[in-house]
Design a protein around this ligand. Sequence first.
Ligand code: ADP
Length: 481
Amino acid sequence: MTENRTQTAIKNLLNGRDVTAGDLAVDDPATGKIIAWVRAYTVDEVSQIIAEADTARHAWAARTAKERGAILRKWFDLILANQTDLAHLITAECGKPLAEAMVEVAYGAAFVEWFAEEGKRAYGETIPSFATGKRVLTIKQPVGTCAAITPWNFPIAMVTRKVAPALAAGCSIILKPAEATPLSALAIERLAIEAGVPSAVFKVTPVCEPAPVGELFCSDDRVRKLSFTGSTPVGKILMAQAAQNIAKISLELGGNAPFIVFDDADIDAAITGAIASKFRNAGQTCVCANRFLVQDSIAEEFTEKFTARIAKLKVAPGVERGAEIGPLINDAGYAKVSALVDGAIAAGAVARLGGPSSERGGNFYAPTVLTGVTNDMDIAQSEIFGPVASIMIFATEDDAIRMANDTPFGLAAYFYARDMGRIWRVMEALEYGMVGINDGVLSSEVAPFGGIKQSGLGREGSKHGLDEYMELKYALMGGVS
Ligand code: ADP
């Protein structure tokens, strides 16, 4: 029944595209079964697509922002009209529970709606002049042809978060989706074309091997901008490659989010926030809480209540009613989580829940709580990407800040406290691009998403997200008398 539902979604959304005979196998992480074969593009074909996009961008940029906005608005409507089918595609290829996939479709669509409006507000400025007879002004212009590389953990939202601002700004864009999740991206592309986006202006190009296409995006001087979401090691490779043409680059990379609970916090609210932050997509998001730092006087109470809540989470295939924790994306993802938990236990941590003894079969990892974790363990220094909560204890506010910042990453951080002075001090001291205060979920199309340190460059969403796809031109007008 599940497979039939997936096949119906594919049929409805991919417009009769043959998904039985491509080169790229797409499987369902809950069953390991192949659900589609997608046509993969060669590097030469992608190069040809770049050429077409680079020609098509001029007519697209020449349209008014209002015209582009109207097309994006129609795309937004179509995404929402197809929300259930899109959610089934996400669940089938990425594994997350269907309820979460429905939320992702709405979240992904929200970027399209936001940038449909924001494109009309790409204002330049007039600046009080430095000399009589001269006028100083700026305009914003589209950067040109763009490329994007996206991950598998948000197969729709990471696509729209890049493509919508690019299109709103007047750019063309070629997107290489993650090898595990090309179906959602292809469905989104098809809806964009149905809404009126010219097919050469936005093209999704699945490939079997990502590295050569990443290299092409960076070496082809027609590509003026690369936006990447994925791991820090791949981000470093792309940043080095992008130096060839000094292409603009945005990087949204790995995180190591601390989730700090101070002794003045509302503990029940902190636990609700902790569950939301840790277990979304089975812990496979770059802003998932990765380390729980709990003040010593409340550590036992927090750990006990938190563990009791986690024990009730329903682990099941994403399509099953009430599923809360789906499978990990693949064997490698499972092996990584397993190795981190085993390593932590060997180094002295204790499994209060789950852990290696509670195998679920397939790529399902049992929700796990580890206590006795220290910041030098691998599990505290790596992005876990699994449903594992590691708990550390601290004594003072200064200790918490020092431990929280003791990582090369700087994407999201969270803390729960009620003292106003502490809230300001800690918010300012955390070396992170985003801070959730008394809240465990902070992603929204209205707010700038992005990291500092080795978590990346640039911001996505919000009014700042549009600037990533625009150049600022300064014009000096002399001879004004
Ligand atoms: P993950 O380990 O979560 O899959 P990756 O950074 O490997 O994270 O993958 C994120 C995206 O980067 C995917 O679309 C993947 O295909 C792509 N990718 C992986 N390696 C490279 C590379 N060398 N050059 C360009 N893209 C790459």
